[in-house]
Design a protein around this ligand. Structure first.
Ligand code: SAM
Length: 223
């Protein structure tokens, strides 16, 4: 990260570089530790300092394609609740959150936006009934050192046939963590149809940083 030194210590660039370095250097087993300490300052750093807007991007793309009327939605990797907040600014839905960090779940609980909050690792089968949600939403989960494409089938299993899944994928892991291939395979098998796919900056302050934003329709699992 030779660029870090050229930024002042508290510039948005420096804060993001530090966060990315931390994430790269922590193994998957200790990523929870990152959020244990980040939970209390997460909203302030990402939203107020960097203008983080991935939750708004995915909420807008999903809301545009959802049926009218209140729906049940699973917020995957819900963190402190920014994604639910963005969706509820556009629609009235019943939202459950799932995340493996107790500290992030506690911040989410304090916001009072969720019906239920579940603590679980989403790289494993979810502890939720199959086909139980009208839609799922996720921002910021599919990124450096976090969760790869292996979680997608578990999330799809929780969504009702013809339901929607809106999510962001950090552009640098799109190929590397298998998202492009996984989504091509799921499309080819008829399990999903891609309704929306865009790529744009997910920080108002750092224009070079991008995410893919997708909305897919989920078809019934074969067999
Ligand atoms: C960058 S935050 C995104 C939070 C929120 N969706 C947002 O956009 O602000 C990533 C979240 O994913 C959670 N997470 C990371 N790996 C996970 C896993 N294997 N299972 C469940 N949650 C995970 C973290 O605890 C953290 O809350």
């Amino acid at each position: 990260m030779s660029g870090i030194q050229s930024h002042s210590q508290n510039s948005p660039q420096s804060l993001l570089a530090k966060a990315e370095k931390l994430v790269r250097e922590t193994g998957k087993g200790v990523i929870r530790g990152l959020y244990k300490y980040w939970a209390t300052t997460y909203d302030g750093m990402l939203v107020r300092r960097l203008g983080y807007r991935a939750p708004e991007l995915v909420a807008a793309a999903l809301a545009e394609r959802m049926a009218d009327g209140e729906q049940t939605v699973l917020d995957v990797g819900c963190g402190t609740g920014l994604t639910a907040k963005a969706l509820l600014a556009l629609r009235q839905d019943t939202i459950d959150g799932i995340d493996f960090s107790p500290e992030m779940l506690e911040r989410a609980r304090e916001k009072g936006l969720y019906r239920d909050l579940v603590r679980a690792d989403v790289t494993k089968p979810l502890p939720l009934p199959d086909a139980s949600y009208d839609a799922a939403i996720s921002s910021g989960l599919f990124t450096h050192g976090h969760v790869g494409s292996e979680a997608i089938p578990h999330i799809l299993a929780a969504i009702k046939p013809s339901g929607l899944f809106g999510f962001t994928v950090y552009w640098k892991v799109w190929q590397r963590a298998g998202f492009a291939r996984m989504l091509d395979e799921l499309t080819a098998s008829g399990r999903i149809e891609v309704l929306h796919h865009s790529q744009e900056s997910h920080f108002r302050v750092l224009k070079g940083q991008q995410v893919h934003t997708l909305v897919v329709r989920v078809n019934a699992a074969a067999g």
